[in-house]
Design a binder for this molecule. Structure first.
Ligand code: NAD
Length: 292
């Protein structure tokens, strides 16, 4: 019963193929997790360069053999046979599940789902990897909101076991059960959580991260903040985490949280200043820290 879905309820369906929309940090991590567990994977990005980068990051990840602690080209080639990269989202329609992992923007995500739904078989599961946007809100204009669900992976996907499965108001029991079984099949630990801005983890994490920017504004050195957090027991400090998540993604997600909880959120001008200077974090080589 760890999943929160009753054992005698609807039976989950077994998924054999997955499409991932958005080949950035999360999309490529999710695609790699699917490949490693034997699913056929299609990777889509609107930007051809991002798609190429994402696909090579995936092959680099799957080519690593844990047992020998080395990478092998043969392994990468073997996996490449099950990975298809495409900028054409019409090619994704025959997958058992489509997971969206594009930038954190409600309108863009809604537009993508509406476009897909026009020709999608009713049984295909549609999922979003959004970090903060309520699933019910994302599903508002869908023809079939019952097959829509939040499947929130954490960064880096290869390391993080936890997955939040978020039910929107209209998500069916079968869809939720299938999402839970699917996440377990990827070797993850799914928990079913209530819908709402930031779900469970980001509702907790956001105030912590936000407070770190307030400390910066109070003049505390960022390395000191990170060092103290690590000494406390965190796997990494909040400033380093901003860089790993992406400064732009953190800012967009923060905006959802601010809109939802304005009475308890102090807005810092630091993230917009970094974005203006194209310092988007580890993915671009430079965020708070220089990663080059
Ligand atoms: P990212 O910036 O690394 O990648 C986003 C990708 O989406 C880019 O490659 C971009 O070209 C692509 N894209 C934009 N518009 C598109 C479209 N119309 N069609 C197809 N592709 C499009 O972002 P990310 O960090 O991978 O985040 C993706 C999603 O995952 C967001 O919703 C974010 O909130 C969520 N998320 C992020 C993290 C994290 O730590 N970064 C963790 C959990 C969830």
């Amino acid at each position: 019963k760890d999943s929160g879905v009753a054992g005698d309820g609807p039976q989950p369906r077994k998924l054999q193929s997955a499409s991932v929309i958005g080949a950035g940090i999360m999309g490529s991590g999710i695609a790699a997790a699917n490949l490693k567990r034997g699913l056929a994977v299609k990777l889509n990005d609107a930007n051809a360069e991002a798609l190429q980068r994402g696909a090579s990051a995936i092959l680099d990840e799957v080519s690593f053999d844990k047992a020998t602690r080395s990478k092998s080209v043969e392994r990468a080639i073997e996996y490449a046979g099950r990975l298809r990269s495409t900028t054409n989202s019409a090619e994704l329609l025959d997958s058992d599940i489509i997971i969206e992992a594009v930038v954190e923007n409600l309108e863009l995500k809604r537009k993508i789902f509406a476009g897909l739904e026009e020709n999608l078989p009713e049984t295909t599961i549609l999922a979003s990897n959004t970090s903060t946007l309520p699933i019910t809100k994302l599903a508002e204009n869908l023809k079939h909101p019952e097959r829509f669900v939040g499947i929130h992976f954490f960064n880096p996907v290869r390391k993080m076991k936890l997955v939040e499965v978020i039910r929107g108001e209209k998500t069916s029991d079968e869809t939720a059960a299938t999402a839970v079984a699917y996440a377990k099949g990827l070797g993850k630990f799914p928990i079913v959580v209530n819908d709402g801005p930031g779900f469970l983890v980001n509702r907790l994490l956001f105030p912590y991260m936000n407070e770190a920017t307030q400390l910066l504004q109070d003049g505390v050195d960022m390395k000191r903040i990170d060092k103290v957090a690590v000494k406390f027991g965190m796997p990494m400090g909040p400033i380093a985490l901003y860089d790993m998540v992406g400064i732009d993604t953190s800012f967009y997600a923060g905006r959802t949280m601010y809109d939802a909880f304005p009475d308890r959120t102090l807005v810092s001008p630091i993230l917009p200043a970094l974005i203006k200077n194209e310092r988007l974090g580890t993915k671009k080589g430079y965020g708070f820290y220089n990663h080059e």
